[in-house]
Structures are given as structure tokens and as C-alpha cells.
Design a protein around this ligand. Structure first.
Ligand code: ATP
Ligand code: MG
Length: 456
């Protein structure tokens, strides 16, 4: 038996782990994430929403005053800390409050009605699980300074189009509610308090607590003890002012005219205090408990909570991770090529670089493989899973070289066109290649060689 102790290694350094609830996104997940963001960027341009970039942290008051002290986000989920100057700061748990702050402090009122869009990381101290993280990401769209229901409709139509373009509209439904204007909401709130007080003892502890602090939230409690009472609770419709009724009717008519399907969700109240009138969520049952992919509504009360003038506004935000999970594998976005130099010849490497550049300028992704064992380079290119491999090699006579094209896909039209255009001029002007021969090489792929005169 070998009794020698293992060789002493320097005290092993422990690798710090990632923070709980954060993600290192890689591979297909990262592609799906990027696809969501790219699709959002395209769609928001179609609706002429202007891009904004917002700070990741703000003074704590920006969130505590606008979201409301009694909301889950403010009371339990915020990452707040004192900076070295003793000021209380908070990592943004949502976009709206920061954008509203900027609207007031940056003089963006001059652009009203202002349509803005952004995306990025948010931070909430929650119990991490699938689809719920402590650092997560949202896409966000807001219309500030617009009182008309048309703004609500436009935002919902845009959200609907986004889901369609992502190919996930089918399993996702728009849940729509109205919270009425301030007066309607207050009357409804009193009625709810009275109703729930009568059943106080039968409610969950959380909901008994909510009764004092945030009674509307009992309506979307997930606790089975609360559900029967939440479902039977007074509905907002009996308390809506005529004005609030008209507003809601205009929103639903606009949606119907635009072909956006919706269902009425009486218990939908949204987590934040600042909502008025329209409140909505796009939900799915394909993500388990984390079924809300997009949520938003009208927040006419928010600007005043931040010390600004009364300013009507409406917006939504969607979790990028949850959308990305629905999108799944986005597959190969575009056809791609590799240029392999099967030689150490300097002139060939130079030519390879030029070819690579030309392919990329035709918007086809391309990589150059000109290092390492010459005989293994082709295999390395194959492993990349590219659709075309272009091989440059010496021909042996010292005067010519060979360009071989190997194609590994069957749909040739678009890609062939791109490769063709990318290299046609170079081959014709510099190497006197017959354009038809080149076209054939790209089309047939297989292993078609062109004999070219060496560059000097
Ligand atoms: P939930 O009910 O799932 O907690 P929420 O009402 O707190 O959602 P919002 O504040 O409306 O969520 O945020 C809008 C969207 O952001 C949600 O619909 C969801 O897609 C996403 N989202 C919210 N919190 C998280 C999180 N912790 N992790 C991942 N995505 C999240
Ligand atoms: Mg939440």
C-alpha cells in the first residue's frame, strides 16, 4: 500500500461562487435571450418608441415613493444600501420609476407624449426558482404624457405583435382589467376592506396582514384559503365612474379593432400602487408558477408621487428570461462560412483574410482557420458546424493554388447569392476566374476546385 501523503500543493484557493439568483447565460439560452432583445428592438422601432438608457441605481426614494411603501417590491424585495457618502441607494427593481424620475429631472416633458423603450437588468430579493431570479432582465416600453386610451391600445398592440414575431403568441393570453380612476379605485377599495373584514378569520395570515396594508393584493393571493373569498369579492365594475367606464370601453374597442384577443380578469390588480385604469398581464401556463411574461398598465398617479405635475402615462415590462424560455431554441440565425488555409504560404493567408472580410461584408458570418496542424484545419472547420467551407491550398506547381468549396446545406438560394456576390469581383478581377465556374463551385459545393494564379 502506498502511504506517501499526496504532494503538498499550495493552499487551494476557494473559487468564489456566483451570487444566488444570478445567472451566467450561455449557449442556446444566450441566443434566445439575444433574439428576444433584437426582436423587441425591431418592433419598438416600428412603433417609433425612442431608445433610452437608464441608470442601474437611483436614490431609494425614487422607488419607495412611486411604488408605494406597502408593496412587496418595496417592503421586501429591494436591494438598498448606503453608499460611501451615506446616501441610501437602490438597485432598480423596475424601470418605470427611474424613467418617470428622468422625465421630471431631464426636462423630457418637452417631448410629451414621449414614447420610450429600454432593456436591461433589474434586481429583486426574491426566492430564486425557475423563471424567478434576483438579477433578471426586462424589456420595457412607456408612453408618458398621453391621457387617451389610444396610448394603452398602442402599447398592447405592440406587445401583441412582439409575441407574434417571437412565435409565442399562441400559448399566451392577454388578461385585462381596469382599476378605474382614483375615485373608483378608492370606492372599490373600501368595499373590499368591508367584505374581507367580514371573513377576516378565514383568510391566510398574509392576507390578514394585507387587509390593513394593501387589500387589493388579497385578490391575487395564491393561497387556497383566500381563493374562495377573492373570487367572490366585489368587482370593480359596480364602482366605476362613468368616465372610467368610457375609458375602459375605448381600450377594449381599440383592441377588438386591432384584432388583439383579450380576456377580462377581475382579480388582476398588479403589484404596484401607482396603477389607474388599464391593468394587464400576458400570461401562459407553459412556465409553471412563473406564468406572467409581460405586465403593465396606466400609472397616472406616479409623477405626482415623485413631486412632479399630474402626468398621465402607461407602460409595460416583460421578463426577457421568461420570453426566452418560451422561444426555446432559436436555431441557426444565418448561414455561415469558414475559410481554411491548408498551407503555411503567407500570400495564401493574406488572400484568406481578404476572402473572409468580403464574406462578412456580404453579411455572412465567417471565420478564418489559418493556424495549427495543416491537416486538421478542415476538421476543425467542420466542427464549427458552418454551412460552407472554402479551402485554399497550394497546387504543387508553385504557380497556381486551389480554391475548393464544400457546401453542407441543401437550401442554396440565399446563401449562394451572398457568397457569389461577396467573391465574384475578387475572383474575376484578380484571378481571371470565369464567373460561371465560380457560380458552379458555390452551387455544386461537393468538392469543386478552381485553379487560380497565385497572388504576388
Ligand atoms: P411576478 O408576479 O411573477 O412576481 P411581478 O408582478 O412582480 O411578477 P412585474 O413587476 O410586473 O412582475 O415585472 C414584469 C415582468 O418581469 C414579469 O411579468 C416577469 O416576466 C418579469 N419578472 C418580474 N420579476 C422577475 C424575477 N424575479 N425574475 C425573472 N423575471 C421577473
Ligand atoms: Mg414579483
Amino acid at each position: 500500500m502506498n502511504t506517501t501523503p499526496p504532494l503538498k500543493t499550495p493552499q487551494a484557493l476557494k473559487t468564489p461562487q456566483a451570487i444566488r439568483g444570478t445567472q451566467d447565460i450561455f449557449g442556446p439560452d444566450a441566443e434566445a435571450f439575444a433574439h428576444v432583445v433584437e426582436t423587441f428592438e425591431r418592433v419598438r422601432r416600428l412603433y417609433r418608441f425612442r431608445r433610452v438608457e437608464m441608470p442601474v441605481f437611483e436614490k431609494t426614494a425614487v422607488f419607495s415613493r412611486s411604488l408605494g411603501e406597502t408593496t412587496d417590491v418595496v417592503s421586501k424585495e429591494m436591494y438598498s444600501f448606503e453608499d460611501r457618502g451615506g446616501e441610501s441607494l437602490t438597485l432598480r427593481p423596475e424601470f418605470t420609476a427611474g424613467i418617470a424620475r428622468a422625465y421630471l429631472t431631464e426636462g423630457w416633458q418637452q417631448y410629451a407624449p414621449l414614447k420610450v423603450a429600454t432593456h436591461g437588468p433589474l434586481f429583486r430579493y426574491e426566492r430564486p426558482q425557475k423563471g424567478r431570479y434576483r438579477q433578471f432582465h426586462q424589456i420595457d416600453a412607456e408612453v408618458i404624457g398621453a391621457a387617451e386610451p389610444a396610448a394603452d391600445v398602442e402599447l398592447l398592440v405592440m406587445a401583441d405583435q412582439l409575441l407574434r414575431e417571437l412565435g409565442i403568441a399562441d400559448g399566451v393570453t392577454l388578461q385585462l382589467n381596469t382599476l378605474g380612476d382614483a375615485a373608483s379605485r378608492e370606492a372599490w377599495r373600501s368595499a373590499l376592506v368591508e367584505y374581507f373584514l367580514a371573513h377576516r378569520a378565514e383568510l391566510s395570515e398574509d392576507s390578514q396582514d394585507r387587509l390593513e396594508r394593501n387589500p387589493l393584493r388579497i385578490l391575487d393571493s395564491k393561497d387556497p384559503r383566500d381563493r374562495p373569498f377573492a373570487d367572490a369579492a366585489p368587482k370593480i365594475d359596480s364602482y366605476l365612474s362613468a368616465e372610467a367606464q368610457d375609458f375602459f370601453a375605448a381600450v377594449t374597442e381599440g383592441l377588438d379593432e386591432s384584432g388583439v384577443q383579450w380576456t377580462r380578469a377581475y382579480a388582476l390588480v398588479r403589484g404596484l400602487d401607482y396603477y389607474r385604469h388599464t391593468a394587464f398581464e400576458f400570461t401562459t401556463d407553459r412556465l409553471g408558477a412563473q406564468g406572467t411574461v409581460l405586465g403593465g398598465g396606466r400609472y397616472d398617479g406616479l409623477m405626482e408621487a415623485l413631486g412632479g405635475p399630474a402626468t398621465p402615462a402607461v407602460g409595460w415590462a416583460a421578463g426577457i428570461e421568461r420570453l426566452a424560455m418560451l422561444v426555446g431554441d432559436v436555431g441557426k440565425p444565418v448561414r455561415s462560412a469558414a475559410v481554411v488555409i491548408e498551407s503555411e504560404h503567407k500570400g495564401l493567408v493574406r488572400l484568406g483574410r481578404e476572402i473572409e472580410r468580403l464574406i462578412r461584408s456580404a453579411e455572412m458570418p465567417s471565420v478564418l482557420i489559418a493556424e495549427g496542424n495543416v491537416r486538421k484545419r478542415f476538421d476543425r472547420a467542420r466542427k464549427l458546424g458552418v454551412d460552407y467551407v472554402l479551402i485554399l491550398a497550394e497546387s504543387g506547381d508553385g504557380v497556381h493554388f486551389d480554391l475548393r468549396v464544400k457546401r453542407f446545406i441543401s437550401d442554396r438560394h440565399r446563401t449562394r447569392g451572398r457568397l457569389n456576390i461577396a467573391l465574384k469581383r475578387l475572383l474575376r478581377d484578380r484571378f481571371d476566374v470565369d464567373v460561371l465556374d465560380w457560380k458552379r463551385a458555390v452551387t455544386h459545393g461537393g468538392s469543386f476546385s478552381l485553379r487560380l494564379s497565385m497572388v504576388r
